[in-house]
Design a protein around this ligand. Structure first.
Ligand code: SF4
Ligand code: SF4
Length: 144
């Protein structure tokens, strides 16, 4: 296959995967939000600290092609300060624009709340999350 053609196909496949990943974030978000709204208001050790709101290179692999507005990681803030994206309503970023760890981290209280929900809903959520992780890995595997 011609080199340019191969490159074009890879770019198309990457774009397709990135779109699929964005949809996967939307699919898992409502169930997570439902439960963070239950457990987070009473939390005594909020996990939304600056350290957790910082992007890793793998986050940018997905976000840059979308032209997402990704501010540089701040150098003037302590890791333990509240995350720069946190406001009085919670996280100001849509889920797909957050660092991946913000979707993949479940504290004990959150996990319990998720598991205690309707079993069918919970199973569907786990399947969506597994799909998200799978698509993300596939996208990352495309990188040189
Ligand atoms: S996810 Fe857990 S640790 Fe983070 S703010 Fe909510 S209850 Fe607290
Ligand atoms: S990006 Fe949002 S979810 Fe992630 S740590 Fe910051 S405020 Fe929390």
């Amino acid at each position: 296959m011609e080199k340019n053609t191969q490159k074009r196909i890879q770019t198309e496949e990457r774009t397709e995967l990135a779109n699929e990943l964005k949809s996967a974030f939307s699919a898992v978000s409502p169930f997570i939000e439902k439960h963070t709204s239950i457990v987070c208001p009473a939390c005594e050790k909020v996990c939304c600290i600056d350290k957790h709101g910082r992007y890793e290179s793998n986050d940018l692999v997905f976000l840059r092609p979308f032209g997402a507005d990704i501010p540089d990681n701040p150098s003037d803030r302590e890791e333990t300060e509240p995350c720069r994206f946190l406001n009085e309503k919670g996280c100001s970023r849509e889920r797909w624009q957050r660092p991946f760890r913000c979707t993949s981290f479940f504290c004990d209280a959150l996990l319990k709340s998720l598991e205690d929900d309707n079993a069918k809903l919970y199973r569907a959520f786990v399947a969506f999350l597994q799909h998200l992780v799978y698509v993300r890995q596939k996208l990352l595997d495309y990188q040189p």
